[in-house]
Design a protein around this ligand. Structure first.
Ligand code: FMN
Ligand code: SF4
Length: 262
């Protein structure tokens, strides 16, 4: 797996990684562009570049993982270079009329990690390149297990403060907030208080597939259990997500479908 510099695996226990030689970078940029072109050809409405967690673009951006001594390492301007090259190549590949968004990590929540202050400068760089939106997240594989991060991540709306800060930094770019916007009331407040332009729902909508319909009708929703990590554990083992909040019969049917698909 390519990596920005020679360091431990992308996630604890992950496969070994190595630093990318400068000569390899154009090939990787071209691969991002080709993938984005396929997204458009397949009929999707937009493409999102994953700049979060601890994946390749973040490995370049973070001073924690980027130890390069060429023009791709050192000050933020250099660490951001590869990310911006990828964004430009993707935008060129899909054309000016096709939205290109960015999964944007605003703070790694690690003492030596990438921090909000630099993230806001990076957000302005992406805005200057014409990014269609920023989908804001916090934390990374290496911080997830820290007790203070685990505690923070269990709270409602735990990433909204980051999204709000990004929105203030780039008011011209639509910003998506996510992270335990558990009920329509919580999500609605984020929008009403103009902390974000859009809300993203993952576990929220996995726990209750009727969440949107119920929100429209003002009905109570089933909420994700902050102590449960079943879907994350299953997806990390390349298994389809199943939620213990679903009615037993639905869980049974889903397991049966998965079994038959094997
Ligand atoms: C099982 C699972 C898989 C996820 N996969 C991705 C992913 O592939 N890309 C991504 O950007 N975020 C991914 N996320 C993060 C979500 O997009 C979202 O930002 C996060 O879970 C917080 O929102 P939530 O509280 O509504 O789940 C995933 C989350 C879960 C629980
Ligand atoms: S599986 Fe667990 S963590 Fe995932 S959505 Fe359902 S309750 Fe939440």
């Amino acid at each position: 797996m390519p990596r920005a510099s020679n360091l431990p695996p992308t996630w604890p226990g992950g496969p070994p990684v190595r630093g990318l030689a400068k000569e390899e970078l154009p090939e990787v940029v071209a691969a991002y562009a080709a993938a984005a072109r396929r997204v458009r050809e397949a009929g999707f409405d937009l493409v999102e570049i994953h700049g979060g967690m601890a994946y390749l673009l973040m490995q370049f951006l973070s001073p924690r993982t980027n130890r390069r001594d060429d023009e791709y390492g050192g000050p933020l301007e250099n660490r951001a270079r590869f990310c911006l090259e990828v964004l430009r190549a993707v935008k060129q590949a899909v054309g000016a009329d096709f939205p290109v968004g960015y999964r944007f990590l605003a703070d790694e929540w690690l003492p030596d990690g990438f921090k909000l202050e630099e993230a806001l400068v990076f957000a302005r760089m992406l805005a200057a390149e014409g990014v269609a939106y920023l989908s804001v997240m916090g934390g990374c594989y290496d911080s997830m297990a820290l007790p203070e991060v685990a505690e923070r991540s269990a709270r409602p709306a735990y990433m909204v403060d980051l999204a709000a800060a990004v929105k203030r930094a780039v008011p011209e770019v639509p910003v998506i907030a996510a992270g335990r916007l558990a009920t329509p009331e919580i999500a609605g407040r984020v929008l009403a208080e103009e902390k974000a332009d859009l809300v993203g729902l993952a576990r929220v909508i996995l726990a209750d597939g009727d969440w949107v319909r119920k929100a429209r009708r003002g009905e109570p929703v089933v909420t994700c259990d902050p102590a449960c990590h079943v879907c994350e554990k299953r997806v990390s083992r390349a298994l389809p997500a199943i939620c213990p909040r679903w009615p037993r019969e639905r869980q049974r049917k889903w397991r049966e479908l998965v079994r038959r698909a094997k």
